[in-house]
Design a protein around this ligand. Structure first.
Ligand code: NA7
Length: 536
């Protein structure tokens, strides 16, 4: 028998977003030969693709950036409390330049397939151009929200005007002046887009299928004094993010909604509605996301706010969700979103009442009438969490397909590994703690780096999750999800996408326990020498 061939790379990382960039940095530190394949022409992932008007953070800028380099933290100034996409993309480029990341990233290289070979043992990764490369470790950094989906509606290609999905927005600015514009979708993305372009368009028609709860962002510039304070307090900011449930700077109120008087509850909601960011969602009473009665109190409060802000009573009622409680889907944050509907040139079409029948050459035909447009914007979301995995033909031992294995929902070990897919390590895959995502990314990358350096030190060439390990983690994730109101609602967080075949049944796609509990479990596995894995 000949000697085992040496793979082209020690590790291949798929994706040069925030996960892939940091993973490259860490593996390079270990002296490994690493190649990143990225479909885009540059770094940034989410912030590279989502260039739509008004795209910005909903978590505080200074809690979102990487925390691993003190130097980087001091060198970078965030200009706003919630930075816009252009600034965040500049930040990603600044990081890539500072750490000279691009020399190991191959751009315009979309991965088509990844096949495991047990004899080598190694992965063979094939790109869309047909070229292929082998590696010992395969790391997916493909993001939970990176496969955009268009509506499944007749005549999608019939429309002769310009049309864009928000996550495939052109690099050149789109001129809306005097244009008749349609936006389909009112999730976090639709809301940011609508509020931003409403002042630029000739006429705007919003097609809403499901109303979403939204609350004010209260963005603002960061002045020099605040900037200095932020820079001096980074250790405290990140220490706080490490302690909170979902790694944001907001801490859940230890009280239940009914442990205070009606007046106190109302005053608390009023205060939270006036504060920056996600406080009203995750800094609120501890039972609003698990108890329907508690949730009804905040839903009622926000509904009253919508009625106050939208002048036309019928439009206000349409904007108030009727099928889910406040915060049980990912909460969009807004800046004068509701006031947009007080403009004469903005119309809200409830497509539950008058469904879209088809697209036409001139616009959109609903059951009521045909609307004519110059531009149609699809803010219709993503095939979330597992969608980007489905698009790559991952094959494990004996040719088993990941897509088949996950047909009825993902099954993972710590959200990082899959049985029969040795040496494949997932960053921000299903069953991991997402939350304030860069915080979760840094933890997962460090954990994966620890595992790879352990393997290198012990001269291990094969690491695999066991069926028992996968079963127990998957059961644990399912149990944690019980009782969460968000898991009883259709949304990308429960794996629902009406535009994708086979994604109409809710699954438990996310880890819904606390980030500290997630980290404690992963730390325990590492501290015990990864004995729960099959090591070879
Ligand atoms: P979301 O939150 O999944 O929202 C998608 C929106 O598009 C939502 O309002 C959908 O209505 C609507 N949609 C989807 N398909 C259709 C069709 N076929 N017809 C009409 N309307 C449709 O995606 P976003 O991009 O806004 O946000 C995703 C995440 O990115 C966000 O949570 C942040 O974490 C960042 P539905 O509610 O399904 O009735």
């Amino acid at each position: 028998m000949g000697a085992t061939p040496i793979p082209d790379f020690d590790a291949i990382i798929i994706g040069a977003g925030l996960s892939g960039m940091y993973q490259l940095y860490r593996l390079r530190e270990q002296g490994l030969r690493v190649r990143v394949f990225e479909a885009g022409t540059n770094v940034g992932g989410t912030w590279y693709w989502n260039r739509y008007p008004g795209a910005r953070f909903d978590s505080e800028s200074y809690s979102y950036g990487y925390s691993f380099s003190k130097e980087l933290l001091q060198e970078w100034d965030w200009s706003e409390h919630f930075a816009g996409q252009p600034e965040t993309l500049r930040y990603c480029n600044f990081v890539a330049d500072k750490f000279d990341l691009r020399r190991d990233i191959q751009f315009e290289s979309r991965v088509k397939a990844a096949v495991y070979d047990d004899n080598s043992p190694s992965w063979s990764v094939t790109l869309e151009d047909g070229s292929s490369f082998t590696c010992r470790f395969l790391i997916t950094a493909i993001g939970p929200l990176s496969t955009p989906t268009l509506p499944r509606v007749e005549g999608l290609d019939a429309f002769k005007g310009a049309s864009f999905h928000t996550a495939r927005w052109p690099k050149e600015p789109v001129d809306f002046t005097g244009k008749r514009v349609a936006v389909i979708g009112t999730g976090a993305t639709g809301i940011q887009t609508i509020q931003t372009i409403a002042g630029q368009v000739g006429h705007l028609t919003v097609f809403q299928r499901t109303a979403n709860w939204a609350a004010p962002l209260h963005n603002g510039k960061i002045d020099a004094e605040t900037q200095a304070k932020i820079k001096a307090s980074y250790p405290e900011i990140f220490a706080r993010c490490r302690e909170t449930f979902a790694c944001f700077i907001h801490t859940t109120d230890p009280r239940g909604a009914f442990e205070v008087s009606d007046e106190e509850r109302e005053a608390n909601y009023e205060r939270l509605y006036g504060e920056r960011g996600f406080g009203i969602w995750i800094g609120n009473f501890n039972d609003i996301l698990i108890d329907k009665k508690a949730n009804a109190t905040i839903s009622d409060f926000v509904a009253r706010k919508i009625r106050q802000r939208v002048k036309n009573r019928a439009v206000a009622e349409k904007l108030i969700p009727g099928n889910h409680g406040f915060g049980t889907r990912r909460l969009p944050l807004e800046t004068f979103y509701y006031e947009v509907y007080n403009q004469d040139n903005v119309e809200l079409v409830d497509i539950k009442e008058t469904p879209i029948e088809r697209l036409t050459a001139k616009g959109i035909k609903t059951s009521d009438k045909e609307y004519e447009f110059d531009i149609i914007i699809y803010a219709t979301g993503f095939d979330a969490i597992t969608g980007s995995f489905d698009k790559i033909d991952f094959r494990g031992t004996g040719g088993v397909r990941l897509k088949d294995k996950w047909k009825t929902g993902p099954e993972t070990y710590l959200g990082i590994m899959v049985h029969e897919f040795p040496n494949m390590l997932m960053l921000m895959g299903p069953h991991t703690a997402l939350g304030n995502i860069p915080r979760s990314i840094e933890y997962s990358v460090d954990w994966v780096t620890g595992l790879i350096s352990f393997a290198t030190e012990k001269k291990l060439t094969r690491l695999e999750a066991t069926p028992d390990g996968v079963k127990s983690w998957t059961d644990h994730v399912r149990t944690l999800g019980e009782g969460m109101l968000s898991n009883e609602v259709d949304s990308w967080m429960t794996g629902i996408n009406s535009n994708v075949e086979g994604k109409q049944t809710r699954i438990v796609a996310r880890y819904s326990g606390s980030a500290p509990a997630y980290r404690a479990r992963c730390d325990e596995v590492a501290a015990k020498g990864y004995v729960e894995l099959r090591l070879g």
